[in-house]
Design a protein around this ligand. Sequence first.
Ligand SMILES: Nc1ncnc2c1ncn2[C@@H]1O[C@H](COP(=O)(O)OP(=O)(O)OP(=O)(O)O)[C@@H](O)[C@H]1O
Length: 371
Amino acid sequence: MQPHVGDDDHPPTALLTAAPAGPRGAQYHPEPVFAITARALGKSYPGPEGAVTHAVSGLDLDVTAGETFAFLGPNGAGKSTTIALLCALARPTAGRATVAGADVLTQPHLVRRRVGMLFQHSAVDGDLTAEQNLYIHARLYGMPRGQVRRRIAEVLETAGLGDRRRSPVRTLSGGMRRRLEIARQLLHAPGVLFLDEPTTGLDPHARAQVWHHLRTLRERHGSTLFVTTHYLEEAENCDRIAIIDRGRLVAQGTPVALKAAIGDDRVFLHTGDDTGAYRIVRALAPPGSALGADAAGVSLRVPDGSSWIPRLCAALTAQGIAVHSASATPPTLDDVFFHHTGRSLDPAQPGGPVPLHPSSPRAATESGGSR
Ligand SMILES: Nc1ncnc2c1ncn2[C@@H]1O[C@H](COP(=O)(O)OP(=O)(O)OP(=O)(O)O)[C@@H](O)[C@H]1O
């Protein structure tokens, strides 16, 4: 389903104005204006033999107007279902939500008018030009003829496709096509733009182009973007991140705050005798810290990791173990994901990173400090 365009509804951006000014002379702190709120939102599907799939459960969300909000989770976590609920394309079985000022349960038609939705496999007609694709979309969804040309020129310019407006879509690169699809969803100036894995299937260059375009939308137009992704580096660029796993929100915050909450750095050592090194590091590590060893080397989780390197290297060298490399890195978003879910999202880490705490769900390594 697609939103209507150009009806007599209030312009969605009008819903996103700040709270009224306080009394004269009083310091004015505008209330945050939420483009999306959800409380205890849920969707369950009946399965075979009375089983129930809880695709999304107990979801609480507040997305501020103008924010780029990442919804991060593995396959099957409930990301697409959440988008369908928030865009009023599926009816919740629990809870409530408001999007761009409209209630998804009682005003689903308004929600659909006020949002843009980029689906994972959105199609544009390859034989038509960029402009023709947008024109057909605008007319199909009722945009007044008088506004169409100007609006198409605007969204193509924002997408960086002004000079390709007459090119058949099949001649555009993957990244350009994706930007054209985003431009199509912007024709009716939605209050919130939902993007379901907007860069899946694109090469790194095209992915960077799409993100450049999304940043432009945010900076120039103050657009509210709700983006699902399983690319950690994309989530890293967003204002805030919610991590969803098995239908439940497990963490929410800015990338910096989520990583800071994890605390410990990862110290990594590659030595001439990693088995011997592991024993020595274990003896020196603070009680309760997580450490591990695999074919690549020895890892230790400690606060202020770089301060540990000279001490560990001196101890190893004193025992005749050569240190080939030593590094200390702050927590990554994948560490955050692992901490909350017990799994890694990073394909380069099939076994997952070293657990951050001994109690971590997939702690395959031991705790140090066994002196
Ligand atoms: N119509 C449906 N009927 C039954 N189960 C469903 C339906 N739609 C989704 N599910 C189930 O709900 C869960 C969440 O699915 P969803 O598609 O929202 O996950 P996702 O995070 O978007 O995954 P992906 O990244 O693979 O698209 C999955 O277990 C899925 O099988």
